[in-house]
Design a protein around this ligand. Structure first.
Ligand code: PMP
Length: 403
């Protein structure tokens, strides 16, 4: 297609005030997450009549120039925000991160003749990926954190089961349910065979630190946490990994088919969520880009972890190795898993406007998810609530008075 956008951003935002104002509640949901009010305002205003077309955004055809503009600009904004090198392609598809579990196998397994893939099992999401890999190939579990240590630490690197016959290596950078995150500087990249592309499920921490592009082959994520809204998945693949699909690869999993289709969309894309994601990433670039959001992420997680650690065990995370504590999903128990008190916490928090914080049954307790759109003020507000809660429900076993 010869269409070339004339504007250099999707929408020019006024970034002079912080989006915290006008928020009704602090939504700490694990995803879909909150979006900046300014992004919602623009989306609402453009919804009925997009750029004078008389059509709402949702009514745009994916083969008309207005949508081509949205599609191309969304990828440009993502490339800028995530600092994606030129030898990677960005694809926006439906099916969430989950569909990519299948895509990994169907696009990469043929790289070697052994029908094997390596996977780290570090929590609930990598376990889901493992289950899917097992349906389609021989999945080798490199390290099993679930059975070995209840997802609290990492199996020592010298015990990792590395199989050089595997066609690819897969892991999850941040376990949203467990609140367990890899530090990319600590990850043992040297253990992975050079001819084995590394595929990372970055659904919950994409856009919160620089991606080590020289070490990864595939990165994928649903947009609904740090970048945009549900329905749109972002798949970033190194060019040389395209074009090796299996004969039985379902068409919707075939990366190359998407890449060579007109406008790089094989079927009708998720117009609305792609547009909202593009607007939001455009906004994030105008706010200061990745560096700005990295700093916000650092501030939020430092504040909350520090408060938890100083609560004398009143609030306690089971992840004792601080290296692996997530900066985005913080999971903790109250008074060593006092479930009645946790229920009280949840209901009082809701009354105070702090919502979506009940943890997953796989890793129960309280979970605070702090993605890119969560203002630092939201976390201060939460911490004040937690401090007051300790005063309202004191227990001398814990040294609540210190806070
Ligand atoms: N991986 C991780 C780490 C997730 O947090 C999620 C969703 N919470 C998924 C995969 C699945 O993503 P989706 O719902 O977009 O398929």
């Amino acid at each position: 297609m010869s269409y070339e956008p004339k504007a250099d951003v999707l929408h020019k935002f006024d970034t002079t005030y912080q989006f915290a104002e006008g928020m009704n509640v602090y939504n700490f949901s694990p995803g879909p997450c909150l979006l900046p009010k300014k992004v919602l305002d623009v989306a609402a205003s453009e919804m009925y009549n997009y750029h004078g077309t008389g059509q709402s955004v949702m009514e745009l055809s994916h083969r008309q120039d207005e949508f081509r503009f949205i599609n191309i600009m969304t990828k440009r904004e993502l490339k800028k925000f995530l600092k994606v090198p030129d030898n990677f392609v960005i694809m926006l598809q439906q099916g969430g991160a989950t569909l990519q579990y299948t895509s990994l196998v169907k696009n990469l397994i043929k790289r070697k003749p052994h029908n094997k893939a390596m996977q780290i099992r570090s929590g609930m999401w990598s376990n889901q990926c493992l289950d899917e890999l097992k349906r389609h190939c021989n999945a080798v579990v490199v390290a099993d954190n679930i059975t070995e240590n209840d997802c609290c630490a990492m199996v020592p690197f010298n015990k990792w089961n590395i199989d050089p016959e595997a066609s690819f290596f897969s892991f999850c950078s941040n376990e949203t349910v467990n609140g367990w995150q890899w530090d990319m500087d600590y990850f043992p990249w040297h253990l992975i065979p050079k001819d084995c592309p590394v595929c990372v499920d970055m659904s919950s921490d994409i856009g919160t630190y620089p991606i080590p592009w020289d070490k990864v082959g595939v990165v994928y994520a649903g947009a609904q946490k740090n970048l945009g809204t549900a329905g749109c998945a972002i798949i970033i693949v190194r060019e040389d990994l395209l074009g090796n699909r299996t004969a039985d690869c379902p068409i919707m999993n075939d990366w190359k088919t998407f890449e060579i289709s007109p406008d790089k969309t094989y079927n009708t894309p998720c117009i609305w969520s792609l547009y909202v994601t593009g607007l939001n990433v455009s906004y994030m670039n105008q706010m200061g880009g990745l560096e700005y959001y990295m700093e916000k992420c650092r501030q939020r997680s430092l504040m909350l972890w520090d408060f938890i650690d100083r609560s004398g065990g009143y609030y306690r995370s089971k992840i004792t190795d601080k290296k692996f504590r997530s900066n985005v999903n913080v999971v903790f128990r109250i008074q060593d898993a006092n479930e009645g008190l946790e229920d009280t916490f949840l209901s009082e928090a809701k009354k105070a406007g702090i919502v979506q914080i009940k943890a997953h049954y796989f890793c129960p307790g309280i979970r605070i998810s702090m993605y890119n759109s969560m203002p630092v003020e939201g976390v201060s507000y939460l911490i004040n609530f937690m401090r007051e809660f300790m005063k309202r429900y004191p227990n001398t076993k814990y040294h609540a008075a210190k806070l």
